[in-house]
Design a protein around this ligand. Structure first.
Ligand code: NAD
Ligand code: WQD
Length: 341
């Protein structure tokens, strides 16, 4: 298939482009490089021996979108482009609504104009808010506790409304849990700008000597060791989930669309201290940490019920915690300064 990937130079996008190319798809990336570097795509090309068509531009620009859809001959779009930092979204809410919500609206308009009706969207487990029950099934009530999460909720609602108005759309809404790790080559991985917000990139930077110690945000949660529990998923498993989603969407009979929301997680929760221990084992480096107060807005525990993905997509995560940490370390060790090094 010809696939347009928005935000394809980013962390999850670059890993997905690699799997798409390896599976024989033709890939066009539209990215404004606001949180990534073209070097990630150079490396994907080297690893696969295939070429990516690249368009530098913004998803809020309808003309650029229509050009990208037309030039690529796109049959489907995988939509990663967006801003994702929870804390920043509290400081800059309008930028988040503009980039994420307006950007997705422009994309849907351009797709409609060009007759491209298949979209895979990057949603997040954040749309479940503070879980009322675990594991999280897709029918759990939706809510949000910060502007970033609300942009994901608004976009999900926009997709459901678009489908209600025109049942020929094919929407795969993928609710990611906590993506970590890197491609086994150690050539592509997560390259956060500035101080990492997320746990594993921070731990990796402590291991490589870029940071002195990890702040553990709270050890008084109602969890086995008191620290927060999350469902960490290897980014390559996550990338493969997008391929299975495209396959499932393309199976719908002609003219008959669908709109499905699916969890992409492992179903297993690990605590912050579990992650520290696993990373120490993978890297052979001690990870110094200090217990701090809880981070505002954090929840105690969050993990998926991944049954729908298995039943509907025939997909399940196969890479374990040891592999997630070993691959994250391999990337960090080979690229201590990320793509800028
Ligand atoms: P990322 O920041 O590495 O990638 C996003 C990409 O989109 C970047 O290359 C960035 O330059 C590009 N981009 C941003 N705004 C753009 C715009 N207006 N026009 C064109 N390009 C633009 O993030 P990621 O971790 O790869 O996340 C991808 C998607 O998955 C995001 O939508 C994010 O909200 C979602 N998600 C991420 C996580 C996570 O923990 N990484 C979890 C759940 C959901
Ligand atoms: C994981 C655990 C922290 C950093 C966020 C977004 C979510 C989604 C994924 C995009 C928690 C603890 C962390 C640190 C720590 N993103 N921690 N010290 O908060 O589950 O989810 O990223 O959609 O929307 O909210 O991920 O990696 O920040 O935290 O102790 O320096 O690690 O308290 O328990 P989170 P995270």
């Amino acid at each position: 298939m010809n696939i347009l990937v928005t935000g394809g130079a980013g962390y999850i996008g670059s890993h997905t482009c690699l799997e798409l190319l390896s599976a024989g798809h033709a890939v066009t990336v539209l990215d404004n490089y606001s949180n990534s570097k073209p070097e990630s795509l150079n490396r994907v090309e080297r690893l696969t021996g295939k070429t990516i068509r690249r368009i530098e531009g913004d998803i809020r620009d309808g003309a650029v979108l229509r050009r990208a859809l037309t030039e690529s001959g796109a049959e489907a779009v995988i939509h990663f482009a967006g801003l994702k930092a929870v804390g920043e979204s509290v400081q800059l809410p309008l930028q988040y609504y503009d980039n994420n919500v307006v950007g997705t609206l422009r994309l849907l308009e351009a797709m409609q104009a060009c007759g491209v009706k298949t979209l895979v969207f990057s949603s997040s487990a954040t749309v479940y808010g503070d879980p009322q029950r675990l594991p999280l099934t897709e029918d759990h009530p939706l809510s949000a506790t910060n502007p970033y999460g609300r942009t994901k909720l608004v976009i999900e609602d926009m997709l459901r409304d678009a489908f209600a108005g025109d049942a020929s759309w094919r929407f795969g809404i993928l609710r990611y849990f906590n993506p970590v790790g890197a491609h086994a080559s150690g050539q592509i991985g997560e390259d956060p700008q500035g101080v990492p917000n997320n746990l594993l990139p921070f731990v990796a930077q402590v291991a490589v000597g870029r940071r002195e110690f990890l702040n553990v945000w709270g050890n008084d949660y109602d969890t086995p060791d008191g620290t927060g529990v999350r469902d960490y998923i290897h980014v390559v498993d996550l990338a493969l989930g997008h391929l299975r989603t495209l396959e499932a969407l393309s199976k719908a009979p002609a003219g008959q669309g669908q709109c499905m929301a699916i969890n992409l997680g492992t179903g297993v929760g690990y605590s912050v201290l579990d992650m520290v221990k696993a990373f120490e084992a993978a890297s052979g480096k001690p990870i110094a940490y200090q217990i701090q107060a809880r981070r505002p807005g954090d929840i105690a525990a969050c993990y998926a019920d991944p049954t729908t993905a298995k039943e509907v997509l025939g997909w399940q995560a196969t890479r374990d915690l040891q592999t997630m940490c070993a691959d994250a370390w391999n990337w960090q060790r080979n690229n201590p300064l990320g793509y800028g090094g």
